[in-house]
Each structure stands twice: as C-alpha cells, then as structure tokens.
Design a binder for this molecule. Structure first.
Ligand code: LLP
Length: 431
C-alpha cells in the first residue's frame, strides 16, 4: 500500500486510518471525502521538529491552506504550532473564524486588491508576502491610514525550473509571481520597500513549484536566495531576518513515486543554507517553508459508488462513478496520477483495466485511465487514494453537483466536519 494509514481487513475491505471504508461509505453515502487527522498531525510534526532541529529554533513551517481550507484544519494547525499561508480574503476569514492566531499568517497572492489588503490588516494578518511594486504602495497606504507598521516579505523569482507540470511551476523568471532577481526588478523592489515608512521588510520569499521529488531544486533556490540576500546587504545595507522557501515537496500518489523522507530533505537544504550563509558572512535567517500538499494529501481519500460499467470491444473499459471532476478536477487539469481501488473487494484479482470516469457531461471528466481493478459491479465502492490536497479546495458545482461532505477520522471515531451540500445550498446566492 502506498501509505501506512491503509490496510486490508479480514472482510477484504479497504481500511483507512484504522476504519472500514465500506462501512463509512454506507454511513455517510458517497461521494465522500475522508481525512485522517493523525496523519495530518504526524506530517505537521515532521516539519516542525525537523525544521527546528536543522534550521534552528526560530524556523517555522507554514501550512499552505490552498491545499485544503476548512475551519477545522486551522484548529489542527494552531494546536501543532504551525504558521499558515493564506492567499485570499476567503482563506484569511476561514482561518480567523477557525480560531487561528493571525500573527502567524502570511498573506500571499499576485493581485491583492486594496479591499483585500484592508480586510487582511483588519483581521490582524501578521505578514504580507508582497508580490509587486503596485502592491507595496497599496500596503503602505493602508498601513499609513491605520498608523501601523506592517511586516512584509518580498516575493522574488529565483529563476528555477523544477521540472514539474507547467501549470504548477511558479519560480521561473517569466512567472506571473514576484519580482525577478535576474532582471534587477527584485533589487528595485527591495530598495523601494526599505524607503516606505509603514513597512518593515523582514526578508524574502520564493516558491519554485509543486510536487517536487528531488532536493536539488530547493537547494538551488536556497543558494540563489541567500546570495541575493548577501548582495542586498552589500548593496543596500539590508540583511534579511527571514527567508521563506515556499512549498512544493512531493507526495506519493502511486507505487512508482518514491517514498519521501521529508526530514532528510530538510536536513539537506539546511546544510546547504548554512554553508552558503557562512561563505557569504551572513547571519543564518529564520527559515520558513510552506508545505500544503505534503501535509494533507495522503491524509485524504475519496469514496465513490460504481455505476455504469461498460466495455467497448477492442477499445476500452469504463467504470463510471457518482462523482468526478466537480470533486476532483486534477486529472482533467493536469493528468495527475492516482491510485484507485475497489474498497469492498480488495482481495479480488485485478484483471479489468479500465478508465474511471466521472458523471459529468464532458468526455474529459476522468479520474484516471488504465486502472487495473477487479471487474466492478454497480454498487461497488471505488476508493481514490491521496485526495487530501487540492481536491475539496478545487471542487466546484459543475453540472450542479453538490460538493461531498468531509468526515474526519481520529482514534476510532468519525466526525462530520463539513456536511454534504444540498440543492438549496447551490441556489442560496441566487436572488
Ligand atoms: N506556497 C506558495 C506560494 C504556493 O504557491 C504554493 C502552491 C504552496 C506554498 C504550496 O505548495 P505545495 O506544498 O502544496 O506543493 N492545484 C495544483 C497545485 C498548485 C499549487 C500552487 N501553489 C495541484 O492540484 O497540483
């Protein structure tokens, strides 16, 4: 099994977080998102403890809420001593209502409007990750109105291509995010930020991409960030207190993906940073990382019920499920790999290679292709593994399909934290 929270029980059913998934599908109906709270906490602890151990006591991981943003997640993040990355007023609001201490929140985004900035300041967001000159002036104006000094990190693009999917690759020079080091725009942004009265520049941020398995893109980015910081010290007399390396560590979705030792990766990145800092005579900064996917992905699973099963002789087989791109658009968008199982028939021979299709009126609504399964029957439970990240958070009501509920599993208990959307919910904003 691809993760240690999966098992097969004596009935031949798939177990997740020690629970029989077939029973959970019966209890809550499908489609259904499950979340393993212990796994989320375990991942948080790997980041908090190894970042402190290797980067120093002032290091802190920030959970990137874009991966999964519900109130309950912010309770877990608060209890685990994490910071958070928020990217919109909606995420700011969710975190705040979820009881998260907002001084540990970092507000991201390449186009924060004046209203967003004002809202985030009123919500007590601790840090802004400033993306551009336009935004810098807007933060200065809003902070001046309130007679406060706002802490800011400046987002720079280190020019790294981490070889992941184009759409989730964000650290290149021509990215829509941040100011490029290579073109000199990053330096201009630093100089300008230092001259603002109501802005306190804390350091720099970069994010190079997502679902990255190797450490080299991170050590390369860290090298560039430290070198940039040293140059700014020499040229502008400003030494950064914080360096934020963004998120992006990969997750094992399928057997072919490597198992990732996050603590070991952090140790490698820290060693590099220390060497480069001492070579350039810099004080070691407080390090931030922003894991999203690697905190929640394998803590999640989606259960569906199989419906139509069809064979087109000489071509292919399909099994259609009662969800699809509205609850998981990732295959349609990025051809993302997933492991799919028949949760009620885990010991049956997998001799039926099929395409798992969603229920939408759209041919591209697929969850996965070429999946070996036992030949499914109508009513079988289809489990798609590792759906904790970028599934619920990217879900839509396409074809007027209500979003599934989220059930959290912990210590043998199951807890509904988000109920299934109703048809009335989908009409609620119509006037
Ligand atoms: N920090 C920043 C500034 C980011 O832009 C992101 C992700 C993260 C942290 C978290 O990265 P992670 O650790 O989750 O890889 N929807 C796509 C992923 C887009 C990621 C965007 N930024 C997907 O489903 O694969």
């Amino acid at each position: 099994m691809i993760c240690d929270n999966l098992n097969i029980n004596e009935k031949g059913h798939l177990e997740f977080a020690g629970r029989d998934t077939v029973e959970l599908a019966e209890k809550y109906a499908t489609p259904l998102y499950l979340l393993d709270e212990d796994k989320i906490r375990e991942k948080c602890r790997i980041y908090t403890s190894s970042m402190r151990k290797y980067f120093g006591e002032d290091a802190m991981p920030l959970y990137a809420g874009k991966a999964l943003c519900i109130k309950d997640i912010y309770r877990i993040m608060r209890e685990e001593g994490m910071g958070i990355d928020v990217v919109s007023p909606g995420e700011v609001y969710t975190a705040r209502v979820g009881g998260f201490p907002m001084e540990r929140a970092y507000f991201h985004g390449n186009n924060k409007t004046d209203t967003d900035i004002s809202f985030a300041l009123d919500m007590g967001v601790g840090y802004f990750v400033c993306d551009s000159v336009d935004e810098l002036y807007a933060i200065e104006r809003e902070a001046a109105k309130r007679s406060i000094t706002q802490k800011v990190l400046l987002r720079v693009t280190p020019g790294i291509d981490p070889h992941t999917h184009q759409a989730i690759n964000t650290g290149r020079v021509d990215s829509k995010f941040g100011a490029a080091i290579e073109t000199g725009q990053a330096k201009d942004l630093v100089a300008l930020a230092l001259s603002q009265k109501h802005i306190s520049v804390m350091g720099y941020h970069c994010h190079i991409g997502s679902q990255i398995f190797e450490t080299t893109p991170f050590t390369d980015a860290a090298d560039i960030m430290i070198k940039f910081s040293a140059d700014m010290k020499d040229e502008l007399g400003f030494e950064a207190k914080e360096i934020n390396l963004g998120g992006g560590m990969g997750v094992r979705y399928i057997e072919e993906h490597p198992e990732i030792d996050y603590a070991a990766n952090i140790a490698v990145i820290a060693d590099h940073m220390k060497a480069v800092c001492s070579a350039r005579g810099l004080k070691f900064p407080a390090v931030r990382m922003e894991p999203g996917r690697s905190i929640v992905a394998d803590a999640g699973m989606t259960l569906y019920t199989a419906g139509t099963v069809k064979t087109i002789p000489g071509f292919k087989n399909y099994v259609s499920i009662d969800g699809g791109m509205p609850d998981n658009p990732r295959y349609a968008l990025y051809q993302s790999p997933y492991t799919v199982e028949l949760a009620n028939r885990m010991n049956d021979k997998k001799d039926f290679v099929c395409t798992v299709a969603g229920r939408c009126c759209e041919s591209g609504d697929l969850i996965q292709e070429d999946v070996p399964l036992p030949r499914p029957e109508r009513g079988d439970i289809v489990a798609v593994l590792t759906t904790g990240a970028y599934n619920h958070s990217m879900a839509s009501n396409y074809n007027r399909i209500p979003r599934p509920p989220v059930v959290v599993l912990r210590g043998g208990e199951d807890r509904l934290v988000l109920r299934r959307e109703s048809y009335e919910d989908m009409l609620a904003c119509e006037v």
